[in-house]
Design a protein around this ligand. Structure first.
Ligand code: PLP
Length: 405
């Protein structure tokens, strides 16, 4: 058989890709030629970048670079094993202690990513007799963890406390444990989860309270301690998840809580047990990043100043930033709602051609009919760059009839 004869085994995948092309939502990966920065080069094109999660510009901060290089020189490039066998280095323990102290909790465990932190935790702390009450817009890693746990999953309408309570009432006499779970900041809409009100429900119904703070880590709360700190709920949230991959600038996820929670996860969380720990450079980078949150809080202030300015200008220009059907964004994530998937992807491509990187997001990442451009501000964008981004957005939107000409 020649190499070019297609094998039929995966023909169903080819058919689905063709379907995506027909819908106009098939994409090619954009490749970054230089560093993750407010202005950078993708596929040879220089663009203002409103697409990264590099909230505080830490992806290439000189101190973090140095920390990574020093750790590599001292300890090598890999840990050589999973944490429970031979791959726990002092630097891994140091990072966990640092995060626990920063968050004001007893203990912390670091996972390979925020995704594995969520999936590994939700799936291991519950069993099939138990119940998970989850916001409909919670992150995919929570959904996967919930499915892996085999617990019964009840989904409440986005941020709808009354609906969450109805669901809790329905099962309050069932023997299983109940877990209430929300994102601290919702990644597609940029709104903040009602952590305080969900804590009230959790207390009232004896449910375990869990918050996924991936987009709130380094962004909300004192020195970026997250949404749980923002709502003064540290003592009322049993399981706090955060990421080291977004504002912290490197890679990883963590779970914070009681000493027993963390010890249990050391013994039962499958990504911890069955997947190799971070290279020492990653742990060293993250330690340096938490130091920076304490000594350079002005980065967070700049992030919010930029965010407020950009949002205000977007709204003034007449863009739909999601305030009508869903709560308006309250964080550096600002969606520009378009609706139709194809129109959104076309808009995103035209923006790119005009010099602005802003990702189009369509079904299945967001519901059908709610396709959008998602923008994320960082502390490192200058006012000139933001103004230029706004000019490109407005010009292209007028040309495409997204804004009145
Ligand atoms: C990005 C994200 C994650 C995953 O974090 P990674 O560290 O990138 O794996 C989990 N939850 C939410 C809400 C996220 O936005």
């Amino acid at each position: 058989m020649s190499d070019k004869t297609p094998r039929p085994q995966l023909a169903h995948l080819t058919a689905q890709l063709e379907d995506l092309r027909q819908r106009g939502t098939h994409f090619k990966l954009r490749v970054l030629d230089d560093e993750q920065a407010p202005v950078c080069t993708y596929d040879g094109k220089r663009v203002i970048n409103l697409a990264s999660n590099n909230y505080l510009g830490l992806c290439n901060h000189p101190k973090l670079r140095e920390a990574a290089i020093a750790a590599t020189k001292k300890y090598g490039v890999g840990s050589g094993a999973v944490r429970t066998i031979a791959g726990t280095m002092h630097i891994h323990m140091e990072l966990e202690e640092k995060i626990a102290a920063f968050k004001g909790v007893e203990a912390c465990v670091v996972f390979q990513s925020g995704f594995t932190a969520n999936a590994g935790t939700v799936s291991s702390i519950l069993g099939k007799e138990d119940f998970i009450l989850s916001d409909e817009l919670n992150h995919a890693s929570i959904i996967d963890g919930a499915r892996l746990s085999r617990a019964k999953i009840k989904v409440f309408r986005h941020k709808d406390i009354a609906h969450a309570e109805d669901l809790l009432k329905e099962i309050q006499h069932e023997p299983g444990r109940k877990l209430l779970i929300t994102d601290g900041v919702f990644s597609m809409d940029g709104d903040i989860g009602p952590v305080d009100k969900l804590c009230d429900l959790a207390d009232q119904y004896g449910a375990i309270m869990m918050v996924d703070d991936a987009h709130a880590s380094g962004v909300l709360g004192r020195n970026g301690r997250g949404s749980v700190d923002h709502f003064h709920c540290t003592q009322r949230v049993d399981v706090q998840v955060g990421t080291l991959s977004k504002a912290i600038g490197a890679l990883g996820g963590y779970v914070c809580g009681s000493r027993d929670l963390i010890d249990y996860l050391y013994h039962r969380a499958r990504p911890f047990l069955f997947s190799t720990s971070h290279p020492p450079s990653v742990a060293a980078t993250c330690i340096a990043a938490f130091d920076l949150l304490e000594i350079e809080p002005e980065r967070i202030q700049r992030l919010w100043d930029n965010t407020n300015y950009f949002k205000q200008q977007l709204t003034a220009a007449g863009f739909d930033t999601g305030g009508r059907t869903t709560p308006a964004s309250e964080t550096p994530i600002t969606p520009i709602l378009i609706g139709d998937g194809r129109a959104t992807m076309d808009f995103s491509r035209s923006l790119f051609q005009a010099g602005l990187m802003a990702t189009g997001i369509a079904f299945p990442t967001v519901p059908e009919g709610k396709a959008r451009i998602r923008t994320i501000m960082t502390s490192e964008h200058t006012r000139e760059q933001i103004d230029q981004a706004l000019e490109i957005l407005i010009t292209v939107a007028r040309k495409m009839n997204i804004l009145p000409a």
